[in-house]
Ligand binder design. Sequence first.
Ligand code: NZQ
Ligand code: ZN
Length: 389
Amino acid sequence: MLGNFSYCNPTKLYFGDDSLRFLSEELHKYGPNVVLIYGGGSIKKNGIYEEVTRILQESGKNVEEIAGVMPNSTLAKLYEGIEIARSHHADLLLAVGGGSVCDYAKAVSVSVNCEEDPWEKYYLRFEEPACETLPVGCVLTMVGTGSEMNAGAVITNQKTKQKIGHVFADERIMPKFAILNPRYTLTLPRYQMVSGIYDIFNHICEQYFSGEDDNVSDYISEGLMRAVLHASRIANRDPQDYEARSNLMWTATWALNTLVSRGKSTDWMVHMIGQSVGAYTNATHGMTLAAVSLPYYRHILPYGLQKFKRFAVNVWDVDPCGKTDEQVAEEGLNAMEVWMRELGLVMKISELGATEDMLEGIADGTIILSGGYKALEHSEIAEILKESM
Ligand code: NZQ
Ligand code: ZN
C-alpha cells in the first residue's frame, strides 16, 4: 500500500547551457554579503569561476571565498568555513562545484548560527537545526549526488574515521536555487563521470529495493534507471555528447530529490557500507558504492526475490520464460555487472586502498539501517566486505 506522506521541494532549478544567466536574478533576492564556496580549482581551469565572479561583481556583491573544499568534505574544513561565514556576516552561501561543495555549503548553513558543535548535533545526534540557517544556492559542475535539490549533507570526520550523511527533514536546508548547465560537466575526468553515473543508478536502487507493494515510485524508478543505462552507454562511448550528458544531469537530480522515495521504506545499505569504506580510504564516492554493490545485492537477493526478478525483467530486459525466479533475478544482476564493467567502474574495495586490517573498522563504522529486505547483522557486513576485496 502506498503509505502516507507529505511532499515539498522548494529548490528552483535552471537547466540548460544558458542557465547561468539566471544567477543575477537569484542574487538580487539576497543581501550584499555572499560567500563563494568551491573545491580544489577545477572551476578556475574551466572558466566557471571567472563567469560566476563576473556576475557577482556586476550584481554589486561583497564576496568572501571558501576555497579548497575537498572531495568528501571534512569536519576540520567545516569548522574553518563556519568562521569565515560568521565573520563575513553572510547573506547567501553560493556553492560552485559537485556534491562535496554543495553538501559542505549546507553544513555551514546549519552551523553558522548554532552554538553547539555541528558534528555532535547533526552527525551524531541527527538533530534538526533550531537556529536560523543561511540560504544556499548551487552552480553544479559534477553530476551524481542530487545534492543540488535535496537536504543531504555528508561530512567526513577524519579523526574518528567516520563519514556520516545527515538528510535533514527541514526544507530550509535544500538549496534555494540550483543552476544546472550540462556543458559544465564536460570537463570532468572520465573517472569522475562514470563514478557519478553509478552514484545516480545506485540512488535509484537504494529506494527501489524496499517494499513489495504496488508503488508508483517503483515505476518511476524503472524509467529513471533505463534512462541512466541508455545515456551512460552513449556518454561512455563519447563523453562530449551533450544530449547524453544533459540526460544524465537531469536524471541525477530526480534520482535523489525526495520524489522516488515517497511511500517507500528505502534501503541505503550500499551507501552505509560505501561511506564507511570512504571514511577509511577517502575514495571517490561512486566507486565505493560500485565496489560493494554486487556482493551486497547477491547477499540480499533471496530476501527480496520478487523485486530482483522485476528489476531483471523491467530494467535489464531479461526474458523470464522457462526460468525459475532465482534464475531471472540472478540474470538481472549479471547484466548489471556487465554494464558496470563496461563503464570501467572499480569492482573491488582493495583497488580503492582498503586493506585486510581495515575491514573490522569499516564494518564497525557501518551504520545499520532496516528499511531494505534484510536488516544485516554485523557479521554479514564483514562477509560482504570480504567478498568486495
Ligand atoms: O575540487 P575540484 O577541483 O572542483 O574537483 C572536483 C573533485 O576533485 C572534480 N570536479 C567537479 N566538477 C568538475 C570537476 N573536475 C573537472 N570539471 C568539472 N566540471 O570532481 C571531483 C569530485 O567532486 P565531488 O564534489 O567530490 O563529487 P561528487 O559530486 O560525487 O560529491 C561527492 C560527495 O557527495 C556526497 C558524497 O558522500 C561525497 O562526500 N553525497 C551527497 C549526497 C547528498 N547530498 O544527497 C548523496 C550522495 O549519495 C553522496 O553521499
Ligand atoms: Zn550516493
